[in-house]
Design a protein around this ligand. Sequence first.
Ligand code: HEC
Length: 178
Amino acid sequence: MPQIRLLLALAVFSMTLSSEQGMPLPRYDGKELLRPDGYREWMFVGANFGVGYGEGAGKPNFKNIFMQREAYRQFVEKGVFPDKTMLVMEVFEAGENDPFVRRGQFEGRFVGVEVALKDEGRFPEKWAYFDFANRGSGEKTKARAFPKDACWNCHNQHGAIDNVFVQFYPALRDIARK
Ligand code: HEC
C-alpha cells in the first residue's frame, strides 16, 4: 500500500521537524556538558549587578539569566521547572571606560557563562551546576558538574523554588506570586 507508506513517511518527517523545533536540550560529551549556544534568543528572566555570596570581595559583575522558552512556558502553566530545564547566567565585567559615557557602568568584557541544569535521569540531586568561564583564556566549550557542596547546597537552601533563585528574577517571581 503505497499511500500508507507515504503517510508513515510524512508522520516520521513531521515528528523529526517538531522535535527539532522543540526545547533546546542539554548536549553532553561523556561526563561533560557542552556549552549551550543560542541562549540569547531564549527567555530573559532577570539580571543583577554585583550580587556576591562567596568569600572575598571581587569587582562587581553584571549577570543576565536566560532559560529555554519552552521550559518557561511550562513554569508559567504548572509552576514547576520541567526536566532538562537550563538556566544560563552570562557574566560581564562592569565597564566604565568609554569616551562617551559620563556616568554609570555598562556590560563590559564578557567573562563567561554558568549553567544550572535539571536532568533527573542523570543527576541524583536533579540539578547540577557548571561554569564555562575560563578566566584569562577564553571560554571553555565543555565543563564538568561541580560537587554538591560547591553549588547545589546553597541553591537548594536559599533558592525560592526548586533550587532556582526565583526571588531575584522578575519574569519568574511575578508568575510564582499569582
Ligand atoms: C552561597 C550561595 C551560592 C553558591 C555556593 C552558588 N550560588 Fe549560584 N546563585 C546564587 C544566587 C544568590 C544566585 C542568584 C543570581 C545571582 O545573584 O548571581 C545564583 C544564581 C545562579 C545561576 C542562575 C540560575 C539559578 O539557579 O538561579 C547559576 C547558573 C548559578 N548560580 C551557578 C552556580 C555555580 C556553577 C555554582 C558553583 C560553582 C554556584 N552557582 C554556587 C547563590 C549561590
